[in-house]
Design a binder for this molecule. Structure first.
Ligand SMILES: C[S@@+](CC[C@H](N)C(=O)[O-])C[C@H]1O[C@@H](n2cnc3c(N)ncnc32)[C@H](O)[C@@H]1O
Length: 181
């Protein structure tokens, strides 16, 4: 199933540039603080690749990967990330193209509420994380919150949750869920 078609992907890319820069900046700072040199980082549902572009500029030592179900989004991400050493792939979060225990840090922004089979995706996330690896999932606070927390807790145990405010919005509409392998 492709969630974002051609027109929708182009529209999202424009809106993301305008509205989400503050969120990407915040997440990039988090990744910076939580990864050691040359860590492998995966962005799940990377969309137009804006977050990865910011992370690549800030931390050129990291091994960066991004996947998305939409080939249109991956095509846009390829253009966003031209010249930056980031591996992109069209893939479903429930079937990640990475070996077991190969990822140090997984991130996802505004994507998890769209994943149809949350338990399958979270099991797959757990499979690819190295022992001691971690994930930071950022998503809308009011979208499938209970199911997301439950899927994460079932597989990882403890889920730390914090709220994140976008600079232009008076209410904190984003939640960050943190888990460790
Ligand atoms: C709202 S966009 C967010 C994109 C990007 N992470 C950002 O913050 O700008 C949601 C993205 O999740 C992707 N997505 C949805 N379901 C997915 C799945 N099962 N596997 C991989 N990607 C998925 C969509 O194709 C879309 O690009």
């Amino acid at each position: 199933m492709t969630t974002f078609g051609y027109e929708q992907s182009i529209g999202y890319d424009r809106r993301a540039t305008r509205l989400l820069t503050g969120l990407y900046r915040r997440i990039a700072t988090d990744i910076d603080a939580r990864t050691s040199d040359a860590a492998t980082v995966v962005d799940l549902g990377t969309g137009p690749g804006k977050l990865l572009s910011r992370v690549a500029a800030r931390r050129p030592d990291l091994r960066l990967h991004g996947i998305d179900l939409s080939p249109h989004m991956i095509a846009i991400a390829g253009r966003t990330l031209a010249g930056q050493p980031v591996e992109l792939a069209v893939a479903d979060v429930a079937e990640l193209p990475y070996p077991d225990a190969s990822v140090d840090f997984a991130v996802s922004s505004l994507s998890m509420h769209e994943w149809p089979d949350l338990p399958a995706a979270v099991t797959e996330l757990r499979r690819v994380l190295r022992p001691g690896g971690a994930a930071g999932i950022y998503d809308f606070r009011f979208a499938r919150t209970r199911q997301i927390r439950q899927a994460l807790a079932t597989t990882f145990g403890t889920v730390d949750t914090e709220t994140v405010r976008l600079p232009w919005h008076p209410v904190a509409v984003i939640a960050c869920y943190r888990v460790s392998a």
